[in-house]
Design a binder for this molecule. Structure first.
Ligand code: FNR
Length: 209
């Protein structure tokens, strides 16, 4: 079975971000099959549609779009800011979605994790992000849902790894489910493409017969 390249996008620029640590821990758990790489979003200039008309795109846009395009799947790990998606993450979503017709998000399997010290676990941000993913044609993992509440610095050891306990168990389940989700979407797509090619070859053969 294949290894999948996963682009991790964290919706927080904070150096000690709990969401960054959750993303790292999740990838470590399925490190045998998921090759995860952090894709930074803090240097992306605020999206401006005028850029789409220019031949030379901002360097950070080019770098970001290439990194997303090269990924097999996307793992979003985000805090909630004022019951919504942090601006820096929404900006990254918008940058990747344009120029029109050349979105790098299209058809990428994804998972959305939100973590917060609060009780609701970033539910609002999580679903706001899902809404964008629907429009962007990204199949987002349905279950288990991942609104991780009561997460704090105490949830991690000095190396930033999750301590043993219920949260680590949940993140472990998410890691396995996400791997299976990416595999299911990519393999289904491969089979469909294979079938379509076979049908086309058969049709051509009929025409020449
Ligand atoms: C927050 N925080 C927060 N938490 C939450 O559960 N719901 C919310 O709506 C908000 N709103 C919010 C707005 C702003 C501007 C900040 C800075 C923070 C608290 C937030 O969950 C907490 O700071 C997390 O630790 C942020 O995640 P990282 O940076 O640790 O990944």
């Amino acid at each position: 079975m294949a290894n999948y390249k996963i682009a991790i996008i964290v919706g927080s620029l904070r150096k000690d971000s709990i969401n960054r640590k959750i993303a790292r821990s999740m990838c470590a758990i399925r490190g045998d099959k998921l090759e995860c790489g952090m894709v930074e979003i803090g240097d992306l200039p605020l999206y401006n549609q005028d850029y789409d008309l220019q031949r030379a795109q901002p360097e950070a846009y080019v770098r970001f779009r290439e990194q997303i395009a090269a990924a097999d799947g996307i793992l979003f790990c985000t805090p909630e800011y004022n019951r919504g998606v942090p601006g820096v993450l929404k900006n990254a979503i918008d940058v990747g979605s344009r120029p029109y017709g050349r979105s790098v998000w299209d058809r990428k399997p994804a998972a959305i994790i939100s973590a917060s010290p609060g009780a609701i676990g970033g539910f609002g941000a999580n679903h706001q992000l899902r809404q964008a993913c629907v429009f962007l044609n990204m199949p987002v993992m349905q279950q288990p849902e991942a609104y991780l509440g009561h997460v704090s610095d105490d949830s991690f050891d000095n190396d930033g790894c999750l301590k043993d306990g219920p949260l680590k168990d949940v993140v472990g389940k998410l890691a396995h489910a996400f791997h299976d989700w990416v595999e299911m979407i990519l393999r289904a797509r491969e089979l469909l493409e294979h079938d379509a090619a076979r049908t086309e070859r058969a049709a051509k053969k009929m025409q020449t017969a």
